[in-house]
Design a protein around this ligand. Structure first.
Ligand code: ADP
Ligand code: MG
Length: 505
């Protein structure tokens, strides 16, 4: 198998822009699809959630896309939700800059003005949700006749009845001489209509998961009483770290967020009934670690990537096995560990049990038990570390105390204003083999980790089993509650605020 992005045929500027992000080795779907995509072939690509599909289509697209005239984008990527469109743009942004191509995302719920301005200058790559795109076509701001590279992300979703008519109207306006690529984790029969009509001799790629043992989530199915579901959810979040919880309805999401709040969990709700501003804020609060749980409808089930989501909870059962896979796929991404818990009431058992055939997992109903959630995966390194930078301070012996003090002072000086927002955690009795990366992984499941510093012995460079971690305050609190006294490789670790007096803990 080809081992570098350069060997797959991607140009140097793209390879370098990836290297700057710490992305050096292609994932399987990328090795498989990039050469064919570079050759201009039509592709149907199926690969698991979190396996790197965006770069698999995005990098060849950026290599081949031409410069656009005003109002006439040259490449189009369609996505089902606003958040996913925005995320695809972000994921491809630095690579696009590296090859001097412009990329924007357009979607509803936000102002037209900047979108229209961008088209006056010319947009090379357009990422769009169908609704806003049709709107701008109607207003003659966008003309798709020059678009000759087309990607439909989450293609099976885009081929279902809700989206299909719009998707067809849009594709019918693109260049006849075009490359059309369809991608999803569940690329099934539903895409046949799209494929037949819009693809020519498509190459089919079915990529395996990145690394089955380490990348796969553990799937738990709990027998629960209907009324107990909020408290089970709160316990799961407290035990495992930051979590995405799926409800069936918008109202259900709002209600659960309130109930969790009363149970002491910082939860935010995201669904189609909220304004784009509110949706963005919820996502930001969650991804930064200020909120420990995101309560969402299926609007967040597809494509959304947030680093280190420790678990996914199906508060209400998904509509079908595909929704189960996409929702569950918000955890255990890019080789990271994760847990998926389904809360199943007695009368839902049969419906849930029926998905077993289509899912590649065994459904064993069990009484709720937090033990599997505590049996964390700390000792299991991620296969492809998505973590990119580490500070490796080297400190002299006998300096633990001084280190702690100076670390604290440095922090309070530079971030005095942020004291409430951000705090330092002090960890002791860590296994010596634990690296900054391991520590980061361990805390990331509770929120954003700004910095980790393992204290090493200056003489031999070995870890002293002490470390500092800087995180947002709510995330730090949850992490301390969850991790203090837990055992890693047989050692009971101590976890506390680095400055107890200041933080009152
Ligand atoms: P998918 O669309 O298959 O669900 P994404 O494209 O959202 O997955 O990628 C998931 C995560 O993996 C992203 O954070 C992305 O930056 C990261 N990623 C993608 N390819 C690689 C790679 N080759 N090496 C390391 N990380 C990668
Ligand atoms: Mg994706």
């Amino acid at each position: 198998m080809t081992s570098t992005f350069a060997q797959l045929g991607l140009p140097q500027p793209l390879v370098q822009s990836l290297a700057k992000r710490g992305i050096d080795e292609p994932f399987p779907v990328q090795s498989a699809a990039i050469p064919d995509a570079l050759a201009g072939k039509d592709i149907s690509g199926k690969a698991p959630t979190g396996s790197g599909k965006t770069l698999a289509f995005g990098l060849p697209l950026l290599t081949r896309v031409s410069k656009a005239q005003p109002h006439k984008p040259r490449a189009l990527i369609l996505a089902p939700t606003r958040e996913l469109a925005e995320q695809i743009k972000m994921e491809l942004g630095s690579a696009a800059r590296a090859v001097d191509r412009s990329i924007i995302a357009i979607y509803g719920g936000v102002s037209y003005v900047p979108q229209k301005k961008a088209f006056q200058r010319g947009v090379d790559v357009l990422v769009a949700t169908p609704g806003r795109l049709e709107d701008l076509i109607e207003q003659r701001v966008v003309n798709l006749s020059s678009a000759d590279i087309i990607v439909i992300d989450e293609a099976d979703r885009m081929a279902d009845m809700g989206f299909l008519p719009a998707v067809r109207r849009i594709l019918d306006q693109t260049s006849r001489d075009r490359q059309t690529m369809l991608f999803s984790a569940t690329l099934d029969g539903d895409i046949a209509t799209l494929s037949k009509r819009y693809q020519t001799n498509p190459v089919r790629h079915d990529a395996p998961s990145i690394e089955p043992e380490a990348g796969d989530a553990q799937h738990l199915f709990w027998d629960v009483e209907h009324d107990q579901r909020p408290s089970h959810t709160a316990q799961i979040i407290e035990a495992s770290g930051r979590s995405i919880v799926f409800t069936r309805t918008r109202h259900g999401a709002d209600r659960l967020a309130r109930q969790l709040g009363k149970l002491g969990v910082d939860a935010v709700a995201m669904h189609g009934g909220r304004s784009q501003n509110q949706r963005n804020r919820a996502l930001k609060e969650f991804s930064s670690g200020r909120a420990q749980a995101l309560i969402a409808t299926d609007v967040a089930a597809r494509g959304i990537h947030i680093d280190s989501v420790a678990s996914v909870v199906h508060f209400d059962p998904p509509a079908d096995h595909k929704d189960y896979l996409h929702r569950s796929g918000r955890t255990a991404r890019a080789g990271a560990p994760g847990t998926v818990v389904s809360l199943v009431t007695r009368d839902q058992r049969r419906t849930v049990g029926r998905m077993e055939r289509d899912l590649d997992i065994k459904i064993d109903f069990a009484q709720p038990s937090l033990t599997p959630l505590f049996e964390t995966h700390f000792d299991r390194p991620a296969v492809k570390p998505v973590v990119r930078t580490h500070d490796e301070p080297t400190l002299s012996r006998n300096e633990d105390r001084r280190t702690e003090r100076s670390h604290r002072n440095k922090n309070s000086r530079s971030k005095a204003k942020n004291d409430v927002e951000q705090q330092s955690i002090y960890i002791s009795n860590l296994p010596w083999s634990h690296s900054n990366h391991d520590v980061k992984r361990m805390f990331e499941r509770y929120g954003k980790v700004y910095k980790t510093s393992i204290i090493t012995d200056k003489r031999n460079g070995r870890s002293k089993g002490l470390a500092f971690v800087d995180m947002p305050t709510p995330a730090a609190k949850t992490a301390i509650n969850a991790l203090h006294g837990s055992s890693i490789k047989g050692r009971e670790i101590q976890v506390r605020f680095a400055n107890p007096r200041r933080y009152g803990k």
